[in-house]
Design a protein around this ligand. Structure first.
Ligand SMILES: Cc1cc2nc3c(=O)[nH]c(=O)nc-3n(C[C@H](O)[C@H](O)[C@H](O)COP(=O)(O)OP(=O)(O)OC[C@H]3O[C@@H](n4cnc5c(N)ncnc54)[C@H](O)[C@@H]3O)c2cc1C
Length: 555
């Protein structure tokens, strides 16, 4: 943790050196002692410390300085650090002015120069003030801070990315009246205030509307491969990819896993997975992802935060191109890219996505829905889990279901939980036909298929979970896919007793192998897969034995 600062300001160099020396001698192990030769220089230091979220425990200020006087400096500085203790250094002749300043700038104490010996005239006073400060002051947050507007899609994406990658961050909403946030906004330049969100790194560096790739780089995530070649490269870090990574690396394969958003995939967004073997009271998707990542790293899996955009085949080598321009090669490639949410096609929805409308459960937004009405669209388990989660914060959660029952789309245990939760309401035969709002969602129009009526209701939060589709266009010229983009594997590729086009080996494609030898597919992205965490994990683990078989023959 960064040490709190003692800031001393005096235009007399000798006095400044002397006070700095005495402060360091007694307090140097617990505090950082900084000095400034003028009020202006000191204000620059104060601003920088505020941006870095460091704390100032005490100001020790000379009253008589050219330009900005001690009291003038303090009245500005305490707007940034209102809890810092304030000590004025005065000459004997200035005693009256110092006493007057006690009222003006809330001075805690004034000290007469010189203060020798410090053991008698300086330390006892400062000890008492610092003890007071320590007792009242909460430790400052030291990680990344995100300053933005709740309704901005860019803010949402940044918060979501950091949360899902388990990077601690503090969210500062510019619309709150919080004085801490207000004083931070004052420190931004015009360009930054016009281009929120701004991400403030612990070292004070500010990123204006950073891309996720930029953010990944600055947040300390690995964005580039350390090797040029791997035995096994896995694209996608959901349950299927993570399981393959753990099994692959634990069985001695040099393994790299490439994930464009955050390890955990869809499962990482689940507020509570209750049907995964071995966790009788369920676990959050974030917890499952965190545990799996630790396990994968322990076996030496290299996890890269990047998007795979292209595959190239050259003899026994499979080359993978990443969006950041990097290329890596491998012998075996495993595609575990899962599925992404299907978009709701209704006027206003695209424009307000990220500004009150979210795909998936968007758990980072849960706190903001406190005491509001929340609408969830969808009738599958994901919608049920999200509704249960939001019911803990929101005043009321309304689930809009297109069909007339949940029985065929949602697990019975979830249906029971929804029915037993008083602030959850299920509206059957309904769909959202329009979203309204200037800068953020303000209302939605709901169509009822029984009465054929459209009702407009006020709404600030709409979470859409209406099924999902694979995103495999980047593999279109490489592997065989069905009309919706799911990838064929194993026996699905043998038609009328014939092996796939271009297949030259004297064996059939392995169970989880695509039409290209050495390229495997697992999890939700696989044609015909069961869309569950356990089946993804099962396929990811089993695939490794096919990878081994393949590698034993590859030259
Ligand atoms: C909210 C929610 C709740 C759920 N609850 C349950 C439950 O309780 N029980 C249950 O069994 N199942 C549940 N499911 C379903 C389950 O999560 C999925 O079946 C499972 O996550 C599929 O795993 P996967 O690894 O195949 O794919 P995914 O989880 O979809 O992971 C794929 C990953 O690949 C990444 N990716 C995609 N393309 C690229 C690329 N080009 N480059 C790099 N990375 C890429 C994605 O970012 C993603 O992280 C739930 C799903 C959701 C959305």
């Amino acid at each position: 943790m960064a040490k709190p600062v003692l800031l001393t300001v005096d235009d007399d160099r000798e006095v400044l050196r002397a006070i700095e020396r005495d402060l360091r001698r007694k307090y140097g192990s617990d505090y950082r002692v900084l000095r400034a030769g003028s009020g202006q220089e000191a204000l620059d230091i104060v601003r920088e410390l505020k941006i870095r979220n460091n704390s100032i425990a005490m100001f020790l200020i000379d009253q008589r300085m050219p330009g900005i006087s001690g009291v003038e400096f303090l009245s500005q500085a305490i707007t940034f650090f209102p809890d810092a203790k304030r000590v004025l250094l005065t000459a004997y002749a200035d005693t009256d002015a110092a006493i007057a300043a006690i009222n003006e700038a809330g001075i805690n104490h004034y000290l007469l120069k010189p203060w020798d010996p410090p053991e008698e005239n300086l330390y006892p006073v400062l000890d008492e003030l610092l003890e007071d400060w320590q007792a009242a002051f909460p430790p400052q947050f030291e990680g990344i801070r995100v300053l933005g507007n709740r309704w901005s899609p860019a803010s949402h994406n940044i918060k979501d990315f950091l949360a899902r990658n388990h990077v601690p961050y503090q969210w500062l909403d510019i619309e709150t009246a919080d004085t801490e946030v207000r004083s931070l906004i004052e420190l931004l330049d015009d360009e930054e205030t016009r281009n929120l969100p701004v991400v403030i790194l612990p070292n004070g560096v500010r990123l204006r509307q950073p891309s996720l790739a930029d953010l990944a780089e600055h947040a300390g995530l690995k964005t580039r491969a350390t090797e040029a070649f791997y035995d096994l490269a896995i694209v996608g870090g959901g349950p299927a990819g993570l399981a393959a990574a753990v099994y692959g690396a634990s069985e001695g394969l040099r393994t790299v896993m490439i994930e464009r958003e955050a390890p955990g995939g869809q499962a990482g967004m689940s507020s509570r997975i209750e049907n995964y073997l071995g966790f009788p009271s369920g676990l959050t998707g974030a917890d499952l992802a965190r545990r799996a990542v630790v396990q994968a790293r322990r076996f030496g899996v290299e996890i890269i935060s990047a998007e795979a955009t292209e595959v190239r085949i050259d003899g026994p080598y499979r080359f993978l191109k990443l969006a950041n321009g990097e290329e890596l090669s491998c012998h075996a490639l495993l595609v575990a890219t899962g599925v992404q949410w299907r978009k709701l096609d209704a006027p206003g929805v695209e424009r307000l996505t990220g500004a009150g409308i979210y795909y998936g459960a968007a758990m980072t937004e849960a706190m903001s829905t406190k005491d509001e009405d929340v609408y969830v669209v969808g009738g599958a388990n994901s919608a049920g889990q999200a509704a249960m989660h939001f019911s803990r914060y929101a005043k009321r959660v309304v689930i809009l279901v297109r069909g007339s029952s949940l029985a065929s789309s949602m697990s019975q245990y979830l249906i029971n939980q929804l029915k037993a939760t008083p602030n959850i309401q299920i509206e059957f035969n309904t769909s959202v036909v329009e979203a309204h709002g200037e800068n953020h969602l303000e209302a939605i129009s709901i169509h009822c298929s029984v009465t054929n009526e459209i009702t407009k209701v006020p709404a600030n939060s709409l979470f859409i979970m209406i099924g999902a589709a694979p995103n495999t266009d980047w593999l279109a010229n490489i592997v065989e896919r069905d009309e919706r983009g799911f990838i064929y594997s194993g026996p699905q590729l043998t038609r009328d007793g014939k092996r796939p086009n271009g297949w030259k080996l004297d064996r059939d494609p392995g169970l989880l192998e695509t039409n290209v030898p050495g390229i495997f597919v697992v999890g939700d992205v696989r044609h015909g897969s069961v869309k569950r965490v356990a089946s993804g994990v099962g396929e990811g683990s089993v695939a490794i034995s096919f990878v081994h078989q393949y590698l034993s023959k590859v030259v």
